[in-house]
Design a protein. Structure first.
Length: 338
């Protein structure tokens, strides 16, 4: 039963990834704009011979189905095409910019778990008290505040006003990045025992990570609270209390494990959203990640880069969704028989 469950999820994930390539490719090519004219400029675009040569080089002169087959064939060989802007492979661009986004999104996810999960549990246990109202109000503000607005406010207050936060970017101007191993500055600095660079990178990481985590903290808090309230009213919790177990043991040992199922589901999708939704945050904080790369590619109509990053985001979502599905085998083995 377990093997069948795992195989079913793997096949479904592969088919959805294949469908995603089709949708992404044809939506990108349905945009009513010509990347050739955007890249060549007005003067060069007046030369028909130059336009034809440019289209032939990038494959825009071929039928749409043939372009899709080339894109799909390259994908199976680990090739997402060549970026029109950088003139290097999209995979190489993603390797260059990806670690910055992973570092930012993972830090935001850590903040989400550290803050959102305890807030939700305490709000459920202290239902209808000032603690509950404070947690609910905080989560509502976090969910409702637009990311770009919050980023500008935080940057203006802590950097421009109080001057206690570093300037935007991954490191101070003139600072030398640590030797690249993972591409994550904090991790790479620790690997070579460069604690000055680690503190520098961590300080630059705090503000954008907090801004990025604000909305997901609210979602996790509300979901945890609702799930905990439902579990605390179940018969097995009443039985645990009737046995004389300490309230802490009842909450952590009995209610919380069952309440985590919807939280894990939402948390996995929230992490995928953090990886995919860093465009505004990275742009405002001058963070050289995939989000900023996507923004610049979209402005320049860089189709290979746009399709490559969009497909990467789709695969990330599918991968996280698969991991969440498989985690149910640990959290609730009954899902296999359903």
């Amino acid at each position: 039963m377990v093997l069948r469950y795992v195989l079913t999820r793997l096949v479904a994930a592969f088919l959805m990834a294949l469908a995603a390539t089709f949708v992404i490719f044809f939506i990108a090519h349905a945009v009513p704009a010509d990347p050739v004219l955007a890249m060549l400029g007005d003067k060069a675009a007046a030369n028909p011979e130059l336009i034809a040569k440019f289209r032939a080089h990038w494959g825009f002169d071929r039928p749409l189905w043939e372009q899709y087959w080339i894109f799909l064939n390259g994908l199976f060989h680990g090739n997402l095409g060549e970026s029109i802007i950088s003139r290097q492979s999209v995979v190489q661009d993603i390797r260059q910019y990806g670690p910055a986004t992973v570092e930012l999104a993972t830090t935001a996810a850590i903040f989400t778990v550290i803050v959102g999960l305890p807030f939700g549990v305490v709000a459920a246990v202290k239902r209808d008290t000032w603690v509950d109202h404070t947690a609910r109000m905080t989560s509502l503000i976090g969910v409702s505040a637009p990311t770009f607005w919050l980023a500008f406010v935080v940057l203006a207050f802590f950097y421009g006003g109080l001057e206690i936060a570093p300037a935007p970017g991954r490191l101070d101007p003139g600072a030398v990045p640590p030797p690249r191993v993972t591409g994550l500055y904090t991790v790479d600095a620790l690997l070579v025992n460069d604690y000055d660079t680690f503190r520098n990178a961590l300080a630059h990481l705090m503000l954008p990570a907090i801004v990025l985590a604000a909305s997901t903290i609210g979602l996790i808090t509300r979901t945890t609270r609702a799930s905990m309230l439902e579990c605390l009213n179940q018969d097995y919790v009443r039985v645990a209390r009737a046995k004389g177990l300490a309230e802490r043991q009842v909450i952590i040992g009995h209610a919380l494990p069952n309440a985590l199922i919807p939280v894990v589901t939402l948390g996995g999708l929230a992490y995928g959203e953090l990886l995919a939704g860093t465009v505004l945050t990275e742009t405002i904080f001058s963070w050289p990640g995939v989000g900023r790369y996507t923004f610049e590619s979209a402005i320049a109509l860089d189709f290979p880069a746009i399709m490559g990053v969009t497909l990467l985001i789709a695969i990330i979502y599918l991968g996280i969704n698969l991991i969440v599905d498989l985690s149910y085998l640990v959290l609730d083995p009954r899902v296999v028989s359903r």
